[in-house]
Write a protein that binds this ligand. Structure first.
Ligand code: 4AD
Ligand code: MG
Length: 446
């Protein structure tokens, strides 16, 4: 493929050569005979330098001056074609810079709303379609993309088949309170909360599968961890039991962290993410504790901490999760939760009636639950009873029960919330920046 324009990320291969770059002016500075342009083209940011005498020598007094003045007047986010000679530049972070030989304006930009000064979050969210161009948001999107890329690499390497689950469904596997309902030709339909049940059907057909798609929860809560539309990666594995599933989850998360450390150094630097912490999570084994032990730990340490008191049977609030994972200092699996606070499809404990075989993976540093997973119930009658107990329609779940009727096997699976993982790896405070166009309680635009 012959390329007309060189990407900024590729200028390193053109040192000393004249290239043309299609870019936007992210910022501009300089005085007198010099103009410095911060250019961005989506692959990277770097600096171009225009020098007045150079323009006069090249184009003659009249045209040269006019060109130079155009450059000096370029406003933020003007799109340009810049021709120049690539130079190595040790002083800049990027390592290269461009000596401008010629410049052509492609699209003007007047009064770009996001200036280099500070803006409030609401303002930035209202301008999300433009905010995405900024250095920090660019870096977050590079990491999001890396996590998606590495996910496909990992599951491909491990022999998983990617299958796609439907988004319009008739069921509510993660509870009936957080559903987006829509009309499906006169019949109620729901936006999918999880692809899991379909992934289970897929695992019975293909062995090891994973789904990756948007999932929807009508969460009325306004927290820094919840979106109403988020993307989930859901592997499902036939003939795999709980312990082995935890091993796969740990290997997968470590693979993702390693991919980001290896391939997204620039983005981590822009985000000022502490690499040494990510390296620690890569090196050390994740912690595995039972729900019972986590409750005991929280009760024991309650006096010295200010989280709400907690009793066996309660679900964790985010301060509890933060305390437990920070206590161990590595991602922590909390295993075997009370049956009453978990989904209907989880495998009952073989010797205890009150808990199920499951685990949530809690990220340290306050990033919360990144994975929810379990071994699945395999017994037809047990599941049928559960479906009734949870107030779900047996008719709607008939197909799911079929999976236990025709060659039921032990199987396990889990779901990683992509945006939670992005937030954790980037060290970002709020989940809203982990997705290009977030959907939250009060946000449907842009
Ligand atoms: O724990 P959850 O609800 O589990 C499931 O949906 C299972 N069916 C997954 C499976 O076993 N196949 O959700 C899984 C993960 C959570 O750990 C969290 O990372 C993320 O999805 N998540 C959310 N992310 C952003 N906003 C929300 N409202 C989320 N709800 C869950
Ligand atoms: Mg969960």
């Amino acid at each position: 493929m012959s390329k007309k324009y060189v990407s900024i990320i590729d200028v390193k291969n053109h040192v000393g050569q004249e290239v043309t770059i299609g870019a936007w002016v992210a910022n501009k500075s300089g005085k007198g005979k010099l103009a410095f342009l911060q250019l961005r083209d989506g692959t990277a940011f770097f600096q171009a330098v225009a020098f007045k005498p150079n323009f006069i020598e090249k184009f003659g007094e009249e045209v040269g001056l006019e060109k130079f003045n155009t450059i000096k007047k370029l406003s933020q986010e003007t799109s340009v074609l810049v021709k120049g000679i690539v130079k190595e530049d040790e002083r800049s972070k990027f390592g290269y810079e461009l000596d401008v030989v010629d410049l052509e304006v492609v699209g003007e930009s007047n009064e770009y709303p996001i200036t280099p000064k500070e803006h409030g979050t609401d303002f930035l969210m209202d301008h999300r379609h433009l905010w995405l161009r900024s250095r920090k948001q660019h870096a977050i999107m590079l990491i999001r993309n890396e996590l998606i890329r590495a996910t496909y690499e990992f599951f491909n390497k491990e022999g998983f088949i990617k299958i796609d689950s439907p988004i319009l469904t008739g069921s509510a596997p993660e509870g009936t309170t957080e559903l987006f309902e829509t009309d499906y030709f006169g019949q109620p339909a729901f936006l999918s909360q999880t692809g899991q049940l379909y992934a289970e059907a897929g695992a019975m057909a293909l062995g090891k599968v994973f789904t990756f798609g948007p999932t929807f929860r009508a969460e009325k809560s306004k927290t820094r961890r919840h979106l109403t539309e988020f993307w989930m990666i859901e592997p499902e594995m036939a003939f795999v039991q709980h312990e082995e599933s935890l091993d796969i989850q740990e290997a997968y998360i470590k693979f993702l962290i390693k991919a980001v450390l290896d391939n997204q150094g620039y983005a981590l630097e822009v985000l000022e993410r502490d690499r040494s912490l990510l390296e620690k999570y890569l090196k050390e084994p994740f912690k595995r504790v039972t729900y019972d032990d986590a409750i005991a730990l929280l009760q024991e340490k309650a006096a010295e901490n200010d989280y709400e008191p907690i009793e066996w049977g309660d679900d964790f609030g985010s301060p509890h999760e933060t305390f437990v994972s920070n206590y161990y200092g590595v991602p922590t699996f909390i295993m075997n939760y009370p049956k009453a606070i978990k989904a209907f499809y989880m495998k009952p404990h073989p010797t205890r009636d009150d808990v199920v075989i499951c685990a949530d993976l809690i990220a340290p540093e306050g990033y919360g639950e990144i994975i929810g997973g379990s071994e699945r119930a395999t017994d037809y009658d047990y599941l049928k009873t559960k479906i009734a107990e949870f107030g779900l329609s047996e008719e709607e779940y008939g197909w799911y029960l079929d999976l236990r009727k025709y060659g039921s096997v032990p199987h396990s699976g889990f779901g990683l919330g992509l945006e939670r993982m992005v937030t954790f790896v980037t060290g970002n405070e709020h989940i809203r920046e982990a997705i290009p166009f977030p959907r939250m309680l009060h946000r449907l635009k842009p």
